[in-house]
Design a protein around this ligand. Structure first.
Ligand SMILES: Cc1cc2nc3c(=O)[nH]c(=O)nc-3n(C[C@H](O)[C@H](O)[C@H](O)COP(=O)(O)OP(=O)(O)OC[C@H]3O[C@@H](n4cnc5c(N)ncnc54)[C@H](O)[C@@H]3O)c2cc1C
Length: 371
C-alpha cells in the first residue's frame, strides 16, 4: 500500500489550497471524486466576493487580510489574474447585521471605509436604488475572485511541486490506525500519517457525527444583463429585510451575477434539485432587481445551482477530529468560505507541520458541537 505524509479528501476550494501549501513540505495525496474545478459542489459560477470589513465578525479580518496577500502570491506564481478589486458596498438599515457588522469590523481594525447614506449611494452608483432608510459601508479593497481559475491554479502548482492528485476517485471510507490512517477509495487503499477532510457538502458521508449539526442549503446563482454603467458596479451585499440578504457581483464577461444569500431550500447532496424553478428561484430575485437595481434587465441569461454547507452559528470548522488527532476537518464554510481558502490552506499546513498558527481559531473549533 502506498504511504503518504498526508492525504487530502476533496480538491475543491479548501482541498486544492491545502494541497498547494502542504506539498511544499510533504508527500501529499489528494483525492477528488469529480474533475478539476467541477460545477457540482460549492466552488463554481465564475466569481466569489472577497471583502475586508467583514460583517459576520471582526475575528475574520486578520484572516482575510492574509488571504488577500496569499491570493496575490498565487497570481504571481500562476502568472494569471485571479482577483479583480472593485470596492464593495455593505448595504442595509443602520441596525442591520450587514451595515452594523461591516462598520464594526472597519472601526475595530482601522480599515479604510466610508459611510454613505441612501442619497449618496444613488449619486455615486446610479444603478442602485436603496430605500431612504438604508446606509452603506463602502470599502475600497473588496473584489471578486475567479473561483474556478483559483482552484485550477492551486491544482497545477501542487502537481508541479510533486503532489499526487487523483481525480474521478471517490473516498469510500477511512480508518484511523495507531500511527495514522488508511483510506479506501473506489480504486484502492492508501496509508498516511495525517488526513485532511475537505469534502464540503459531502462532509457528513465521511464524518457522520457532524450530521445533526450541519445542513446543506441549495442556492441559485443567476446572471443578468446590466446597463452600460454596470462595469463600474462594486461588490454589493444587501440586507433588504431583517436577516434577508441578496448580493450582486460585477459583470466579468458573462453578465451581472445576482443571488440570495441564505433563504435557500435545506436539502442533502443526494436530494439536491439542480433544475431551476421560475416561480421559486427566479421570481424572488426579479422582485429584488425591480426594487433595488431597476436598470438591470430582469431576463435571466444564465443560471447555476450551488450548495452552502452551514453550521448552526455560521462559522467555519477548522480543527482536529475530536477522537483522532491525525485527522483535520476544514470545511464546511457556511456560504462565505471561498475568499479564505488561500489562508485556510496555509493554516492547515502550519497546524499539520508545526502545530501552530498565528490566527485565533477558537470560534472555528469542533468542540462547540460537543461530539
Ligand atoms: C452560490 C454560492 C455563492 C458563494 N459566494 C461566496 C462569496 O461570494 N465569497 C465567499 O468567500 N464564499 C462564497 N461562497 C462559499 C464558498 O464558495 C464555499 O464556502 C467554498 O467554496 C467551499 O469550499 P469547500 O472546499 O469546502 O467545498 P468544495 O469546493 O465543494 O469542495 C469539496 C470537494 O470535496 C469533494 N469530495 C467530497 N466527498 C468526496 C469523497 N468522498 N471523495 C472524494 N472527493 C470528495 C467534492 O467533489 C468537492 O470537489 C459561496 C457559495 C455558493 C454555493
Amino acid at each position: 500500500m502506498e504511504t503518504f505524509d498526508t492525504i487530502i479528501v476533496g480538491l475543491g476550494a479548501m482541498g486544492s489550497a491545502t494541497a498547494y501549501y502542504l506539498s511544499q513540505q510533504q508527500k501529499v495525496l489528494g483525492l477528488e471524486q469529480f474533475t478539476v474545478a467541477h460545477n457540482l459542489g460549492s466552488s463554481h459560477g465564475e466569481t466569489r466576493a472577497i471583502r475586508e470589513a467583514y460583517f459576520e465578525d471582526p475575528v475574520y479580518v486578520p484572516m482575510v487580510q492574509r488571504a488577500y496577500d496569499n491570493w496575490s502570491h498565487l497570481e504571481k506564481k500562476a502568472q494569471t489574474s485571479l482577483l479583480k478589486q472593485v470596492g464593495g458596498l455593505m448595504i442595509g438599515p443602520r441596525n442591520s447585521l450587514v451595515f452594523r457588522g461591516a462598520e464594526k469590523s472597519a472601526i475595530e481594525h482601522n480599515l479604510s471605509h466610508e459611510i454613505l447614506d441612501a442619497q449618496t449611494i444613488k449619486q455615486r452608483f446610479p444603478f442602485f436604488s436603496p430605500r431612504e432608510s438604508m446606509y452603506a459601508v463602502w470599502e475600497p479593497r473588496a473584489g471578486v475572485l475567479f473561483v474556478e481559475k483559483c482552484i485550477e491554479a492551486y491544482i497545477k502548482l501542487a502537481q508541479e511541486q510533486g503532489a499526487q492528485l487523483h481525480f474521478s476517485e471517490e473516498v469510500l471510507s477511512w480508518n484511523a490506525t495507531e500511527d495514522g490512517v488508511v483510506v479506501t477509495t473506489t480504486k484502492g487503499k492508501y496509508r498516511a500519517k495525517k488526513l485532511v477532510l475537505s469534502a464540503g457538502a459531502w462532509m457528513t458521508n465521511l464524518f457522520s457525527a457532524l450530521e445533526k449539526h450541519l445542513n446543506v442549503e441549495r442556492l441559485v446563482q443567476l446572471w443578468f444583463n446590466g446597463s452600460k454603467d454596470h462595469h463600474l458596479c462594486p461588490v454589493n451585499i444587501w440586507e433588504y429585510a431583517n436577516n434577508c440578504f441578496f448580493y450582486s457581483l460585477p459583470d466579468i464577461g458573462e453578465g451581472i451575477k445576482i443571488a440570495l444569500h441564505h433563504s435557500g431550500q435545506i436539502t442533502t447532496v443526494q436530494n439536491l434539485n439542480r433544475d431551476i424553478c421560475e416561480k421559486t428561484d427566479i421570481l424572488p430575485v426579479q422582485k429584488l432587481i425591480k426594487t433595488y437595481m431597476p436598470h438591470v434587465n430582469p431576463e435571466v441569461i444564465k443560471s447555476s445551482v450551488c450548495m452552502y454547507t452551514n453550521t448552526p452559528d455560521g462559522h467555519f470548522i477548522i480543527d482536529n477530529h475530536p477522537q483522532h488527532k491525525n485527522v483535520w476537518v476544514v470545511s464546511p464554510c457556511s456560504g462565505h468560505g471561498f475568499k479564505f481558502a488561500s489562508v485556510i490552506g496555509e493554516i492547515i499546513t502550519s497546524l499539520i507541520t508545526t502545530n501552530t498558527t498565528p490566527f485565533p481559531l477558537e470560534c472555528f473549533s469542533i468542540k462547540r458541537f460537543s461530539l
